[in-house]
Design a binder for this molecule. Structure first.
Ligand SMILES: Cc1cc2nc3c(=O)[nH]c(=O)nc-3n(C[C@H](O)[C@H](O)[C@H](O)COP(=O)(O)O)c2cc1C
Length: 662
């Protein structure tokens, strides 16, 4: 342990199954989508090696394919010898950094995010889940035993390859959870009926693992803490299950998780709309059910001080980090060295989840453009060979990322920002409900820019002359985008700018705090988080809020895990939606009456007493400086929305690439 660490509990060593842990930091299992065609890839190994090098004491991998029926291409296979060498390299890359590697055993069972038929779905009983409504095949006793046998033999293979243990994922609504829950298990044989029957599959798997792998092999378990399913597993049922399954010695640690891969998915990844470390009260309660068994706390514990407090107050023995250690592989190292301010903090945006589940891409992070790069750990830019004069126009997160990196590489960088503070549209979003954590992106960039020596010209909407006056060799244009006025606005109204876009309208609204009478309406052709956060702000100000969209539902540009939260808050706050509709221009608009028409049958509706109206629409780049600057012979790079309007992920990644390329 580094003696100077301000977090003595977090960096106190620990032992699991006789194996040493250098501190209390666990990398929680996260699907990376980095395995390809069932193969362990170099990228997958690098991702984990980086987190071991960054100081984690124990890493739980993503779910590994442990039985022949788990034949998904993005799961690394361990049920035969296909990956033997790569599994050994994986274990060695992590274990050689004094970090224990555990493979996760998980089966999704019937749970699916997408609708439609899944002929391979299996479960405890032939009952539909609450999201996909897929009816699974109820496993026979023989199939259960064969599966347990396969899981145990695959775990033994991991052990032979150098893994320190395995973790059974029996929460999150997956297959074992489906057996544990009375809501999904109505079996009448020995694997159902009562708590003994419903927990039998997990108890038998644990016994099989112990029999094949021995007591020196770490055996951890994720159990349901509260699945938020009516008739499912609440805290009382969770305590019953935990005390049945975890007599001391059965498992080396327990980790309680929330939600399901169903309608309660939202609880799985607590986002910034709720409190930090939201599951602490639940752990305090459930801890009583597992006397003598180490507890791993998890769930939006983003800051080392929070982790320290949980450990120091005796609420848990270990702290698991999922998104925070994706965001900064060196989170433990920086905390240990008393450099918490150097951590790139997780902003709980769940875009990592969107990457793997919606776009089926390798895991990615808005605040870490270097995920799984060989030099990711505690990265700082290398000096450029030749130093150049660089001007960055725009201090949103794309421009800021390019600016600090270019400056850290030795270039002389001046950054123009039209607002008095950096952060651009992300700063506006950070002022909306649930947005506050987003400041973590530009706060890090601003601090890094200060360290690297960026010169700022803030509050200046830079003209071509302003830029040329600095005689730059390179210009990074990161001047963002503007929303297109909707086509149904008459040209005269559009050109006069009489109807504002949502960003302009919200920025104006934030300048005064008064409640207002009447209805606020947003025309939504955006479908991302910011629009709905704005609707929530409006709800706190106006009597009524209506979101109109031409699509069949709102929030189609967000991942399910975020969409569920948006929809829940809309329902709770009585924010109304009108779908498959577009406003129509009429003279009565100026008198506070908004007409809209159904996009299919043309039926007209009217919203009276409209006191606020704004549109949130597709954006076009604000790149007017590019032409004249190029004509002046300057090398111009476009970053973020100015290149192609997209989200945060594209903005930081784009700025990062340019900062490194100059
Ligand atoms: C992108 C992503 C993928 C995840 N995949 C898994 C998984 O495969 N198995 C699992 O048990 N948990 C998975 N989780 C849940 C995490 O282990 C963890 O419980 C959750 O992210 C909350 O912790 P955090 O707030 O530290 O991120 C995943 C989380 C994220 C963000």
């Amino acid at each position: 342990m580094d003696k100077a660490t301000p977090y003595p509990s977090l960096f106190a060593p620990f032992t699991l199954a006789g194996r040493p842990l250098r501190n209390r930091i666990v990398h929680a299992s996260m699907n990376t989508h980095m395995a390809e065609n069932t193969r362990v890839t170099d990228r997958l190994i690098q991702y984990h090696a980086n987190r071991a090098r960054g100081g984690a004491a124990l890493i739980v991998t993503e779910p590994i394919s442990m039985a022949p029926h788990q034949n998904v291409s993005y799961r690394a296979r361990a049920w035969n010898d296909d990956n033997l060498d790569a599994l050994k390299r994986w274990a060695d890359a992590v274990e050689s950094e004094d970090c224990r590697l555990l493979g996760q055993i998980q089966d999704p069972g019937r749970g699916r995010h997408n609708r439609g038929i899944n002929a391979d779905a299996i479960s405890a009983s032939a009952l539909p889940d609450d999201l996909s409504w897929i009816v699974p095949h109820a496993l026979t006793v023989a199939e259960i035993r064969a599966m347990i046998d396969a899981f145990a033999h695959s775990a033994a293979r991991l052990q032979r390859c150098g893994f320190s243990g395995v973790e059974i994922s029996a929460g999150h609504g997956h297959l074992f959870h489906q057996f544990l829950s009375p809501w999904s298990n109505v079996r009448t044989d020995e694997y159902g009926g009562d708590w003994e029957g419903r927990t039998r599959i997990v108890a038998e798997l644990a016994a099989a693992l112990r029999a094949l792998c021995g007591r020196g092999f770490i055996l951890g378990i994720r159990l349901p803490g509260n699945d938020h399913v009516p008739g499912g597993i609440g805290p009382a049922e969770a305590a019953t299950i935990a005390s049945r399954l975890t007599r001391p010695g059965d498992f080396d640690y327990v980790n309680f998780v929330q939600g399901t891969h169903g309608r309660a998915l939202e609880w799985h990844l607590p986002d910034a709309h709720g409190p930090r470390a939201p599951y602490r009260p639940l752990y305090r309660e459930l801890r009583r059910a597992i006397p003598g068994v180490p507890l791993v706390a998890v769930g939006r514990i983003t800051d080392p001080a929070e982790a320290e407090q949980i450990l120091a107050s005796g609420e848990a023995e270990l702290i698991a980090l999922g998104r925070p250690i994706l965001c900064d592989a060196a989170w433990p190292l920086k905390a240990a060295q008393g450099r918490a301010r150097d951590i790139r903090y997780c902003v709980s945006c769940n875009i990592c989840w969107d990457a793997i589940n919606t776009r089926l891409q390798p895991i990615a992070c808005v605040n870490n453009p270097r995920v799984a790069e060989a030099d990711e750990v505690d990265w700082w830019p290398l000096r450029a060979v030749a130093q150049r004069r660089v001007v960055v126009v725009g201090t949103g997160v794309a421009g800021m990322e390019a600016a600090w990196i270019a400056a850290a590489r030795g270039h002389a960088v001046t950054a123009f920002g039209c607002s008095p503070a950096v952060g651009g549209k992300t700063r506006l979003h950070a002022l909306l409900p649930g947005g506050e954590a987003l400041s973590g992106i530009y706060d890090y960039q601003f601090a890094a820019a200060g360290k690297a020596g960026v010169r700022f010209e803030l509050g200046v909407a830079a003209s071509v002359a302003d830029v040329l006056a600095l005689e730059p060799e390179v210009v990074v244009l990161a001047s963002g985008s503007r929303m297109l006025p909707p086509p149904w606005l008459p040209p005269a109204v559009r050109d006069a700018g009489l109807v504002p876009d949502l960003r302009r309208a919200i920025a104006a609204l934030l300048r005064h705090a008064a409640r207002q009478i009447g209805t606020a309406v947003i025309f939504d052709m955006d479908h991302t988080e910011g629009t709905y956060a704005a609707a929530e702000l409006l709800r706190a100000r106006f009597d009524r809020v209506v979101v109109i969209t031409p699509r069949e539902a709102i929030a189609q540009g967000t991942a399910l895990v975020m969409r569920q939260g948006i929809l829940r808050r809309f329902r709770e706050q009585r924010i109304e939606t009108v779908v498959l509709a577009e406003p129509r221009w009429s003279e009565s608009f100026n008198e506070g009456k908004l007409e809209y028409a159904d996009v299919y049958n043309g039926d007209v509706g009217v919203i009276p007493d409209v006191a606020f109206f704004a549109y949130s629409t597709p954006r076009v780049p604000e790149d007017t400086l590019a032409g004249p600057l190029r004509a002046a012979g300057i090398e111009v790079h476009l970053a973020g929305d100015c290149l192609a309007p997209g989200g945060l992920l594209a903005a930081t990644a784009g700025g990062h690439a340019i900062g490194n390329a100059i």
